[in-house]
Design a protein around this ligand. Structure first.
Ligand SMILES: [Zn+2]
Length: 227
């Protein structure tokens, strides 16, 4: 999982107390990634943080040009005591949207450019408002239905922290896989040694040709396809 834009500073951070345009205090649901200082051509790319499917791509009032992507996590991920198999990423205030509804996007694929559309505090320069929306049971399929109905189910993660933790989780999974491969190799070595001792390794009785390790491994994996 990647951070969705090159930035040099943060605007509002996660959970910061902010005031909406009616002066009502709220918690900032995500993080504002500021464009590099001096960059104002509004062409800086915004990427998809992970493989996913675009479930919303439109101009949305004070959010400006906004894209929401559904990411199905190949392995469920535990975060703050709950397990998630689906998360959404939401990015707002884009200058231009490139990814459109129902597009399948890859991690790192450009989905738009950073901008200043929508109504946000005038003192802020163009930035990418970036949210990670947690979908505990993954039951919401449409962004608009979730937004209008799910006032009690609006769980957000600290986006950059989530990315870091998720990548750690993937690293750990890989290490576990490596361990499994090692264990499987050791198991195969041990079987091969035993098999050789039994004298049953002659592949071709007439020519007294020994079965190779490759032949043995092939038979072994055919007999144990689950390993
Ligand atoms: Zn924001």
């Amino acid at each position: 999982m990647i951070e969705p834009m090159k930035y040099d500073s943060f605007g509002h951070t996660y959970n910061k107390k902010v005031f909406n345009r009616f002066g009502v205090p709220q918690r900032h649901s995500g993080i504002d990634l500021n464009l590099g200082r001096g960059t104002d051509d509004l062409n800086d790319p915004i990427w998809s943080p992970l493989d996913g499917k675009v479930i919303f791509s439109a101009r949305a009032g004070s959010w400006g040009h906004m894209i929401v992507i559904r990411h199905d996590l190949p392995t469920p991920f535990e975060y703050r005591g709950k397990t998630y198999s689906v998360v959404w990423s939401r990015q707002a205030h884009m200058q231009k949207r490139i990814a459109m509804l129902d597009d399948l996007v890859k991690e790192g694929q450009q989905i738009g450019t950073c901008g200043g559309t929508g109504r946000f505090n005038r003192s802020y320069s163009p930035h990418d408002h970036f949210d990670i929306i947690l979908q505990h049971l993954g039951k919401w399929t449409s962004y608009t239905s979730w937004w209008s109905a799910a006032k009690t189910e609006q769980y957000y993660a600290d986006p950059l922290k989530f990315i870091w933790l998720y990548n750690q989780f993937l690293e750990d999974l890989k290490k576990k896989d490596d361990k499994d491969i090692l264990r499987r190799e050791q198991e195969l070595d041990a079987l091969w040694a035993k098999f050789k001792r039994t004298g049953l390794v002659k592949k071709d009785i007439r020519r007294q040709k020994l079965m190779s390790f490759g032949d043995f491994a092939e038979i072994y994996f055919r007999m144990n396809p689950q390993k």
